[in-house]
Ligand binder design. Structure first.
Ligand code: COA
Length: 380
């Protein structure tokens, strides 16, 4: 390696993947990877997971306080009213329908929505952020219905976010357990410290680029299989295993051939992901309601087989997969559903970044050749 000695960047050893680096302060969420605890604004998610709604989590992340009834009603109404897309954006989805993945379309949708927003001062930004939370769910439903050639269903602002989304997506009333399951999913995935997509949103916001640019960065970052894309891949694996008896040989082979098992492993958790038991329990409940335990049993067997062979934690994406599939969500909508939840955290982080901004700009160590002799193009 030839390192330019006149540059102090060349001396510093880079921290690969920024592992263990604390990049900023936040009041939004904290992850204790040793004990498997996730808190939103100081509240353990075990206390938030049940008997609350996604809207309550949004209030908590935006206000850093749990709402009273009046505040919650106001926010629920505003999110409900936001579940509408400009007709121009529906045209964009129509154009892209069937030509690209739902996650790529969603990225373009978020970017397009920015054209219909004015630049506003910081104190007027929360309503704009909230609009995006509402709009993303409608966009996911529309992306699906257009590609299936189904008529679009208008939002009903009087309904809760989870319930209305399922109705807009499937065109029928969801059961109370289905609404509870989606609420739980949306609550549990809403924020998670400086995960890759949140970090990319904050990097973009740190340049004082606008909210929609920051969230477009986040959607793009979430799409990768090492981040939000893992839930889709986990479901594909569960389907491919196909039978409880196949799990052992499938996992044996995957590990022997050094494949990454999707839904396992985590940069921060040293014990199972704090969200896993809740997602697992709810996935079980959903499949019990369906009267068909096959896919859930395969999932449980895969987990058992992985743990028997490797000391590796089960992360949020593994049991998200049978939960979402149990809601009849097609696998290529899994990551958009993740975005539908995480947009609460992304927007809250962008607001936090703007409030106390400092440009996020690390350095790189140059490891290429130095002091090369320049030759004009005709000599090359
Ligand atoms: C999440 C993830 C990217 C974290 O990566 P990381 O902190 O960089 O950890 P590494 O990829 O370096 O893994 C460390 C060790 O565990 C192994 N490992 C990690 N995740 C694994 C997985 N899912 N399956 C099999 N082995 C895994 C690695 O092979 C490596 O083993 P080695 O030391 O014998 O080479 C990684 O665990 C992964 O790719 N998981 C699958 C994708 C996934 O579920 N993503 C969602 C995360 S919420």
């Amino acid at each position: 390696m030839s390192l330019p000695k006149d540059n102090k960047d060349s001396i510093a050893e880079p921290v690969k993947g920024l592992e263990g680096i604390v990049a900023a302060d936040t009041k939004l969420s904290s992850v204790n990877g040793e004990k498997g605890i996730l808190r939103y604004c100081g509240y353990n998610i075990d206390d938030l997971a049940f008997d609350t709604t996604f809207e309550e989590t949004i209030c908590l992340l935006y206000d850093t306080e749990l709402p009273n009834k009046e505040r919650l009603d106001e926010m629920t109404k505003r999110i409900g009213e936001a579940r509408v897309l400009p007709k121009e954006v529906i045209k964009v989805i129509t154009e892209l329908s069937g030509k690209t993945s739902p996650m790529s379309t969603l990225r373009t949708v978020v970017s397009s929505l920015g054209h219909f927003e004015k630049n506003v001062p910081l104190n007027e930004l929360p309503p704009k952020a909230l609009r995006l939370v509402g709009q993303i769910s409608t966009a996911v439903a529309i992306i699906h219905r257009l590609r299936e050639g189904l008529p679009l269903i208008e939002a009903d602002p009087s309904r809760g976010h989870a319930e209305d989304f399922l109705r807009m997506l499937h065109g029928k009333e969801p059961t109370p357990i289905q609404v509870q399951a989606l609420n739980l999913y949306l609550i549990l995935l809403a924020d998670h410290g400086f995960n890759a997509s949140t970090f990319s949103a904050r990097v973009t916001a740190g340049t004082l680029a606008n909210m929609h640019s920051a969230i477009t960065s986040a959607v793009g970052t979430l799409s990768g299989p090492l981040h939000g894309g893992a839930n889709e891949k986990a479901m594909e694996m569960i389907i491919e295993v196909g039978n409880v008896d196949n799990a052992s040989s499938f996992i044996e082979n995957a590990l022997n051939t050094k494949q990454k098992i999707m839904g396992f492993g985590h940069r921060v958790y040293k014990v199972d992901d704090a969200r896993k038991p809740h997602l697992k329990g709810m996935a079980k409940k959903l499949w019990e309601e369906r009267g068909d335990m096959e896919l859930f049993n395969i999932s449980e067997e895969i987990e058992k087989q992985v743990k028997a062979r490797k000391e590796i934690i089960t992360n949020v994406d593994f049991y998200s997969a049978p939960l979402l599939y149990g809601l009849d969500i097609p696998t290529d909508l899994f990551t958009p559903l993740f975005a539908m939840s995480r947009v609460a955290g992304w927007t809250a982080h962008v607001l936090e970044q703007y409030k106390n901004n400092r440009l996020i700009r690390p350095r790189a160590r140059y490891v290429g050749t130095i002091d090369r002799t320049f030759r004009p193009i005709e000599q090359r």
